[in-house]
Design a protein around this ligand. Structure first.
Ligand SMILES: *[C@@H]1O[C@H](CO)[C@@H](O)[C@H](O)[C@H]1NC(C)=O
Ligand SMILES: *[C@@H]1O[C@H](CO)[C@@H](O)[C@H](O)[C@H]1NC(C)=O
Ligand SMILES: *[C@@H]1O[C@H](CO)[C@@H](O)[C@H](O)[C@H]1NC(C)=O
Ligand SMILES: *[C@@H]1O[C@H](CO)[C@@H](O)[C@H](O)[C@H]1NC(C)=O
Ligand SMILES: *[C@@H]1O[C@H](CO)[C@@H](O)[C@H](O)[C@H]1NC(C)=O
Ligand SMILES: *[C@@H]1O[C@H](CO)[C@@H](O)[C@H](O)[C@H]1NC(C)=O
Ligand SMILES: *[C@@H]1O[C@H](CO)[C@@H](O)[C@H](O)[C@H]1NC(C)=O
Ligand SMILES: *[C@@H]1O[C@H](CO)[C@@H](O)[C@H](O)[C@H]1NC(C)=O
Ligand SMILES: *[C@@H]1O[C@H](CO)[C@@H](O)[C@H](O)[C@H]1NC(C)=O
Ligand SMILES: *[C@@H]1O[C@H](CO)[C@@H](O)[C@H](O)[C@H]1NC(C)=O
Ligand SMILES: *[C@@H]1O[C@H](CO)[C@@H](O)[C@H](O)[C@H]1NC(C)=O
Ligand SMILES: *[C@@H]1O[C@H](CO)[C@@H](O)[C@H](O)[C@H]1NC(C)=O
Length: 588
């Protein structure tokens, strides 16, 4: 920790009670740059944070103020986004193009936000230009405050595992393929924590690839946080001979269940408790393999890491553990996501039970059916759609346009259901009702499994099935212990129904988390504004807000001669500290 940081904490302690800053701060400096790495044995351009791929963990506690100074050393625009982190009243820090101007090359931007009333396992990633395909991602851990009980014994350790499909082509090459109407084709492999597969089979895995090895002590129980940070491949995760007890997903404690294999779709995060209760003289395989595909064709697309018992003398051996038996009837795997329920009696970020909010009794105010179709050609371009609209980002971010009276930046006419008309490209946004209770039916008429994500909120996953959703399906909704999360799977030819309480003012991205589908236009935003806004329901734009589009002339040049690492909102506070410093100085 830099000395000024600890000084800052001391002053914070001195000043606590004086203003909003009673909750502690955590600070990070992120330099985002290209490095050359060879995760699959082929040298390629990879996006690193402070020279590391994957990026370092952000490790914070409920209600902390998180400050991340992001320096863009890439040759193109950048934004980091923090999916699942709710950014209460603060879409200014969300890091997507509809709400934030991009950080140009050589510039920096200091994100500052409070992780209000949340716990759980998340990850961050770069949201623009297909950059996630080249890296730039890392874990985001939100610990509970010490005074809040967790619904399981304190684990002996914490292990983060980032799994994801990977191409040896860089993100600019992949982007060029999509732009020219090509499908990306099969990935070249699956990485585990940025590393290629262990050589479990000499035919399938070339020599000399660096693999991940995770050391554990026999008899201990670890919390293993697994995230699918990949582009578009659903992965099945398993650890040879070990049972995984599911305990948490994206910020909510689940009913605890044992699994030997688990499907994790793009953008999803899960915590499992794993006890190291196997033969202590052996190592074991950790596997993440492509799901719902022809396994013999996709054999190469398998991530393999090693679970290394500290006293082990024997390498992992035998065939890789099998995916569950339902591989032969793979769609029946929907039983797995359907079984994920919230533990209504466990405390979440607060001491009261997670289930005490009776969402099942609230009347729905608005229903949106969002239909996704396979890519289509619109004006000669390869595009994807929700309800026939392929989203293009506004030149001026939505909320910034509102506040500076920029007209025509976007339209508030997003259709509530699929319309029988020619698909088009548009900046069409949902006019959502503040304090409304929204029902969204995700109808996947595409041929691939899709992950759907909502920024700024968690939603209840109340139903999931095959076929077309009809109103009568509402009678089958889970109205009592549905899981809350922010990224949910939607099976091809099926639907998923979610409910959300629109109490978080701002403009929030809804999107396909599958990167190719998202890149080609499968997203929109919900604009949620308190009609009686009095300055309390939404934060004002931060002082360091970046300007672009119609407001470009308001942007001052960088690098600015600022006095410290602290961004806009802390400047007033900083002045206070300088004042205090000065007075201490004068007194002594
Ligand atoms: C990315 O890939 C393209 C196409 O292969 C190549 O021309 C370009 O140099 C690569 N970029 C970097 C920085 O490696
Ligand atoms: C995160 O911080 C907690 C304490 O606040 C610490 O116990 C834990 O080891 C840290 N985890 C990581 C991954 O740094
Ligand atoms: C960029 O970083 C500098 C300090 O490193 C800081 O003073 C400045 O506010 C940052 N710029 C933005 C827009 O956050
Ligand atoms: C739910 O949480 C409670 C309270 O922490 C815990 O005692 C119980 O074991 C949990 N139940 C399940 C099924 O996970
Ligand atoms: C390695 O994989 C190849 C191709 O699938 C297979 O034919 C062979 O039996 C495997 N070797 C071992 C030792 O499992
Ligand atoms: C894993 O379990 C199987 C079946 O119980 C057993 O035959 C095998 O020896 C175990 N593998 C290791 C490495 O302990
Ligand atoms: C999970 O499996 C372990 C044994 O591996 C068992 O002790 C435990 O009771 C199981 N938990 C649940 C919730 O089924
Ligand atoms: C562990 O594996 C070793 C080597 O295969 C074997 O000799 C030993 O009996 C095993 N121990 C147990 C408890 O299964
Ligand atoms: C929901 O709507 C029904 C019928 O319109 C009404 O009777 C009921 O009071 C409403 N419930 C709530 C909680 O507003
Ligand atoms: C958005 O919704 C509000 C409240 O329902 C309504 O008053 C307003 O006219 C709508 N705006 C547009 C552009 O449709
Ligand atoms: C679902 O709806 C589409 C039209 O939107 C229709 O073509 C299709 O046949 C329906 N599928 C089923 C299984 O009813
Ligand atoms: C998609 O919709 C078409 C007609 O609109 C229908 O024929 C087809 O069965 C649907 N496919 C899936 C996977 O839902």
């Amino acid at each position: 920790m830099a000395p000024w940081v600890s000084l800052f904490f001391i002053y914070l302690a001195l000043l606590s009670g004086l203003c909003f800053a009673a909750d502690p701060f955590v600070f990070y400096d992120f330099k985002v740059s290209y490095i050359t790495a060879s995760p699959l044995g082929v040298p390629q351009q990879v996006i690193a944070i402070n020279g590391n791929f994957p990026g370092p963990p952000i490790n914070a506690t409920t209600n902390n103020n998180v400050v991340v100074n992001v320096k863009n050393e890439l040759d193109e625009n950048l934004l980091l986004t923090w999916p699942g982190i709710q950014m209460r009243r603060d879409s200014w820090e969300d890091g997507v193009l509809g709400t934030n101007c991009p950080i140009p090359p050589k510039w920096n931007y200091t994100y500052q936000f409070q992780v209000k009333d949340q716990i759980g396992s998340f990850f961050y990633f770069p949201s623009l230009n297909f950059q996630r395909a080249s890296g730039g991602f890392g874990p985001f851990i939100l610990n509970n405050r010490d005074i809040i009980a967790i619904p399981f014994p304190k684990p002996d350790g914490d292990i983060v595992i980032l799994i994801g499909d990977w191409y040896t082509r860089n993100h600019t090459a992949l982007r060029a393929d999509l732009d020219s109407g090509k499908d990306l084709g099969m990935p070249d492999g699956v990485l585990i924590n940025g590393k290629g597969p262990y050589r479990y089979n000499t035919t399938l895995v070339p020599d000399g690839i660096k693999y991940e090895s995770i050391q554990v002590d026999p008899g201990k129980t670890y919390r293993v946080r697994v995230h699918n940070v990949g582009i578009s491949t659903s992965l099945n995760f398993r650890i040879q001979n070990h049972t995984m007890l599911l305990v948490e997903t994206e910020g909510y404690y689940t009913i605890q269940q044992n699994f030997s294999t688990f499907d994790i779709h793009v953008g999803q995060s899960y915590s499992f408790l794993v006890t190291m209760n196997q033969n202590i003289s052996s190592d074991f395989y950790i596997v993440a393999s492509a799901r719902f595909v022809n396994e013999s064709v996709w054999q190469r697309v398998t991530g393999v890491a090693i679970l290394h018992y500290s006293d082990s003398t024997r390498p992992a051996s035998g065939p890789l553990p099998d995916v569950s038996a339902d591989i032969y009837n793979s769609w029946s795997a929907m039983t797995q996501p359907r079984s994920i329920k919230v533990n209504t009696t466990a405390s979440g970020a607060r001491p009261n039970p997670q289930g005490s909010y009776h969402y099942g009794q609230i009347n729905v105010t608005d229903t949106y059916i969002l239909q996704s179709l396979p890519p289509v050609s619109i004006d000669g371009k390869f595009r994807t759609t929700f309800n026939g609209i392929s989203f293009v980002n506004p030149d001026t971010p939505i909320r910034l346009a509102d506040q500076h009276n920029v007209k025509g930046a976007y339209k508030l006419d997003f259709p509530t259901k699929p319309l029988n008309r020619t698909p088009r490209v548009d900046t069409s946004v949902i006019n959502a009702t503040y304090k409304g209770f929204i029902e969204v039916i995700l109808q996947n008429n595409d041929t691939k499994l899709q992950s759907f994500h909502m920024d700024g909120y968690s939603f209840w996953v109340v139903g999931m099935d095959f076929g077309n959703w009809t109103e009568s399906d509402r009678s089958s909704y889970n109205k009592w212990d549905a899981i809350s999360r922010s990224t949910v799977e939607v099976y091809p030819g099926g639907w998923t129904a979610i409910l959300a309480s629109l109490d978080n003012v701002g403009v929030w991205n809804l999107r396909a988390e599958n990167l190719d589908r998202w890149y080609l236009g499968q997203e929109t935003y919900m604009r949620i504004i308190n009609p009686e806004e009095n300055g309390d329901t939404e934060f004002a734009a931060p002082n360091n807000v970046l300007f672009c589009g119609a407001l470009k002339s308001l942007q001052k040049d960088q690098p600015s001669a600022a006095i410290s690492n602290l961004g806009g909102r802390f400047k007033v506070f900083f002045t206070l500290i300088v004042g205090l410093f000065a007075s201490i100085f004068t007194l002594s």
